[in-house]
Write a protein that binds this ligand. Sequence first.
Ligand SMILES: [Zn+2]
Length: 253
Amino acid sequence: MIDTHSHLYADEFKEDLQEVIQKSRGAGIDKIVLPAIDSSSHEQMMDLAKAYPNYCIPMMGLHPCYVNNQYEAELQLVREWLGRASFAAIGEVGLDFYHSTEYKIQQELAFQLQIELAIEKGLPLVIHSRSSMDECIKMIAAHGKGKCRGIFHCFGGDERQAQKVIELGFYLGIGGVVTYKNSSLAKIVENIPLEHLVLETDAPYLAPVPYRGKRNESSFLVPIANRVAELKSITVAEVDEVTTANAKKIFRF
Ligand SMILES: [Zn+2]
């Protein structure tokens, strides 16, 4: 299995990172893709990628929650990194109007520039869309020129939005929320073919049941896969096979 979204370089893992990686290998996780946040954590992310080559694979991009008046300088650093190392995707990028709309215009500009960057570099996009699903869909449609592909990470939309995402050629990132009681995501996962889904933990956030409320980690991808299998009345092996193939296709592993 591939954990398509995990912030394992976060401070939450400082004490026991080696153990966490060992556990994830033991749980059958073959690769972990690391989404970038901003320049304050680039070094930490790249150090982790260097320590576990071909296992922890970095993305590069500016997270929408970290966009402010300095976003142009941050995007310059993103460009520099893209010029001197190899990355699986432009991510995580997008719009977040849940936490704040103070820099709404800057968020939109930064997202547009990073959509264009993905096209220029031939890389997939990993999109963060919180309280902004329709706006993200609109921006991909307007600026992606039909050339963009990637993942709507931690998909939190409805059926209509899921269809739109699929029409754009994007996949839905499914994580711990699918294991929560009364989660509307469960119904969506039931109805959307596996061919459009990838699995993710978003560690250290959003741990699945039975770890809900605790620190999330990549080995917890297993209960997520189990829940998807249960919802679709198929085996975990089938979930693994198809979602891993999807992730390999997106990231060109
Ligand atoms: Zn994330």
